[in-house]
Design a binder for this molecule. Structure first.
Ligand SMILES: Cc1cc2nc3c(=O)[nH]c(=O)nc-3n(C[C@H](O)[C@H](O)[C@H](O)COP(=O)(O)OP(=O)(O)OC[C@H]3O[C@@H](n4cnc5c(N)ncnc54)[C@H](O)[C@@H]3O)c2cc1C
Length: 296
């Protein structure tokens, strides 16, 4: 199919882009186009106007600092994945992004576009929730910061207003000596996750879990922290019974019903298996980081 008739504007300033959005309730932002254009071709999206943000000054670039990683709106997945400063500051990023689609799509699609699309099975929204990051949205009445857990509201729905543009995403650094892990179950490599789990673990001097963060995608109408599992695992030696209890406590978090791919009970089993594997992998990496620091 072909898209229905639409207008196109390519402003060079953020103010003009916001004015265009505010002036037409059916106007939408065009970033990398990797989700929006296929949706228009299927007529699942019928915007009256595309506001292309790729020529706007100031929406490019990645900055890594002591406070975290700032990713501007027109940064492509592939730039984020290959940035050496990001790799040093937060190796979890590359581990997650390699699961997003395929290289040609990652070369065009943007990190912030993925956040704004808010597919509950997508990997980048999970990463932002897992790390406790935020986005900065700018609209006619100014700029505001929205925490990841408030930004994702439900299926393909965020807290962004129609006339706001997300100008950057802020990803925190990994805590010092933390271990990390991400993996997912998919039907084919490059597909959206059937279930994905990310984990960050810090250990205390005796090898027990001092801090655990867990988040999952593909199990509900948005990416979610698995707070019950985090509470169960914190302070433990992460033994088999602790992992089993954490997996069991997370079953109820799976609210995604049966669909054409898998049943809800399959998702629950996959979630439990991924929690066990990701916690162990993150803890092993945390142990290695601790060991490396003690011998350095
Ligand atoms: C075959 C295929 C497989 C894919 N597989 C995966 C996958 O496995 N995992 C995954 O996560 N993604 C996957 N994607 C999607 C891909 O990651 C997209 O790049 C991403 O979802 C959207 O980024 P984009 O820059 O292309 O956004 P666009 O398509 O340009 O926009 C997407 C939506 O976000 C809005 N938007 C974009 N940027 C902004 C902004 N700065 N402010 C406000 N609103 C904005 C747009 O208006 C639109 O509604 C796949 C895509 C394809 C075509």
């Amino acid at each position: 199919m072909k898209p229905s008739i639409f207008g196109y504007e390519a402003p060079t300033s953020l103010e003009d882009a916001i004015r265009l959005l505010a002036g037409d309730t059916d106007a939408v932002v065009l970033a990398g186009g990797q989700t929006l254009l296929p949706a228009m071709n299927f007529r699942a999206a019928n915007p009256s106007l595309l506001v292309d943000i790729q020529h706007i000054q100031g929406l490019r670039g990645i900055a890594v600092g002591a406070d975290g990683i700032v990713v501007k709106a027109m940064v492509r997945h592939r730039e984020f994945e290959l940035d050496q400063d990001v790799l040093c500051a937060n190796p979890l990023v590359a581990e997650v992004i390699q699961h997003v689609a395929h290289v040609p799509i990652r070369t065009r699609g943007t990190v912030v576009g993925s956040l704004c699309h808010a597919d509950p099975s997508a990997e980048i929204p999970l990463l932002l929730v897992l790390l406790g990051g935020s986005v900065i949205a700018q609209g006619p009445s100014g700029t505001r910061e929205i925490a990841a857990e408030d930004f994702f509201q439900s299926f393909l729905t965020t807290a962004r207003s129609h006339d706001e543009i997300v100008i950057e995403a802020r990803f925190p650094l990994l805590p010092r000596r933390a271990g990390w892990a991400f993996d997912e179950v998919t039907r084919r490599h490059g597909d959206y996750a059937v279930v994905g789990v990310g984990c960050v673990v810090s250990l205390d001097g005796s090898g027990c879990a001092e801090r655990v963060r867990l988040a999952a995608c593909g199990i509900a109408d948005r990416p979610i922290r698995l707070k019950d599992a985090e509470a169960i695992l914190t302070g433990t030696a992460l033994g088999i019974s602790d992992l089993d209890a954490a997996a069991e406590a997370s079953v109820a978090a799976v609210t995604q019903p049966d669909d054409i791919n898998v049943s809800q009970s399959y998702r629950r089993r996959a979630l439990g298996a991924l929690i066990r594997r990701m916690v162990v992998k993150a803890a092993q990496r945390a142990g290695s980081a601790q060991h490396a620091e003690s011998v350095a």
